[in-house]
Design a protein around this ligand. Structure first.
Ligand code: SAH
Ligand code: SF4
Length: 376
């Protein structure tokens, strides 16, 4: 039987002013919001009864009016390369995936968060893009992903960035973050808050497919690092690979990168470039790429295509990936080749949701064949 959703509002995902307003509604002063913020985001506490600096009577009042709720972990996977992936289930039964990618030495790592269930864009190389947009994630669901990762890594409370494995956040999961900007911004402001999760803006990178009109606001309000999914050096090819290019063509996109607030040689814009065999991976493409971004404080992230069932593209040979990277590096740019992480658990770029979608489809098929009702 379907459970009816809890009517009490969730305190997770409220901005500081919203939390103050929520406390005012139950007759509490702003200091209460500050106290609760500390428990929620510094201590990671989700049980009012364990918030020991709050009186028992007040704990009961809070529990009567509110809940502290994370997304539910439907499944947690650990890859042989120590990448982790969580399939998360939200209150309405929708699901999204979050990945934790440890750095080489495993002393640090990044949580890769999703911002939408599905995506409105239909980039041809991306499996998420084959799934229609179901809905935007809320701020609670976005910040909740970082909190779930921290729960698993056992990293509450954390006095500072030092010695913490979950050191970075990359907004590179399912969905286009700049098409859900308000919720993404609220969530990232919570993540960056120094009296809570405390991951600095310098350790957060947001990846966009090139939603030009939102890029300036993103830089001005959040000041996070920007990554742009470029993937092609001509409008003709980019139109084919990423239909958003028809709306915001390369010239406008590159100008928006030049105008990105806070970009400098110390804080370069990352250009993500998927290498698709025989499509965009020639030495001439690499040279055209250099010409395109000339004068920009840039670095590259080269991503050999991660295949998925039914995709139209192939992964290039290691040799040509290396040659492409060398051309960029010889021109003085950082151009690492992003090794696929967590392929065995389908956690690599562009593979998110694929397995869970397939499983869902086969579960639904099995249920239909057995004549049972869908319990969700
Ligand atoms: N929507 C945003 C962020 C999510 S996609 C964006 O497009 O930037 C994160 C990155 O994964 C993007 O650079 C995207 O182009 C890349 N990606 C998508 N499908 C991929 C695939 N099959 N192989 C490798 N990278 C892929
Ligand atoms: Fe959406 Fe990004 Fe995938 Fe394009 S690459 S379909 S924008 S998630």
């Amino acid at each position: 039987m379907k459970e009816s959703p809890d009517p009490r509002p969730n305190l997770i995902g409220l901005s500081r002013p919203q939390l103050v307003a929520a406390m005012a509604e139950i007759g509490e002063k702003p200091f209460r919001a500050k106290q609760i913020w500390h428990w929620l985001y510094h201590r990671g506490e989700s049980d009012f009864a364990a918030m020991s600096s709050i009186s028992k009577t007040m704990q009961a009042t809070l529990a009567e009016h509110f809940v502290v709720r994370r997304p539910q972990v439907e499944r947690a996977l650990l890859s042989s390369d120590t990448t982790r992936k969580w399939l998360l289930r939200f209150e309405d039964g929708q699901e999204a995936e979050t990945v934790y990618i440890p750095d080489g030495d495993e002393e640090r790592g990044a949580a890769c968060v999703s911002t939408q269930v599905g995506c409105t864009l239909t980039c041809r190389f991306c499996h998420t893009g084959t799934q229609l947009l179901v809905r935007n994630l809320t701020a609670a669901e976005i910040v909740g992903q970082v909190m779930v990762a921290r729960d698993t890594l056992g990293e509450w409370p954390t006095p500072d960035d030092v010695g913490r494995k979950l050191s970075n956040v990359v907004v590179m999961g399912m969905g286009e973050p700049l098409y859900n900007f308000e919720n993404v911004a609220t969530a990232l402001e919570i993540v960056m808050d120094g009296e809570g999760i405390g991951i600095s803006r310098r350790r957060i990178t947001l990846s966009t497919s090139g939603v030009v009109p939102m890029m300036r606001e993103c830089g001005a309000r959040l000041g996070v690092n920007l990554a742009v999914s470029l993937h092609a050096v001509t409008d003709e090819l980019r139109d084919r690979l990423m239909p958003i290019n028809k709306k915001y063509p390369l010239k406008e996109l590159i100008q928006a990168c030049r105008d990105y607030p806070g970009a400098s040689n110390a804080r370069r814009i990352t250009f993500e470039y998927i290498l698709l065999k025989g499509v965009n991976d020639s030495p001439a493409d690499a040279r055209a790429l250099l010409a395109l971004i000339k004068g920009l404080p840039a670095k590259f992230n080269l991503i050999p295509f991660n295949p998925w069932p039914g995709s139209d593209f192939e992964t290039p040979e290691v040799r040509s990936v290396k040659a492409f990277s060398d051309i960029l590096q010889d021109a003085g740019y950082s151009a690492p080749i992003r090794l696929p992480r967590g392929r065995d658990i389908l956690a690599a770029c562009g593979q998110l949701r694929s397995e869970s979608q397939r499983e869902k489809a086969s579960r639904a098929k099995a249920r239909a064949e057995s004549g049972l009702e869908d319990p969700c």
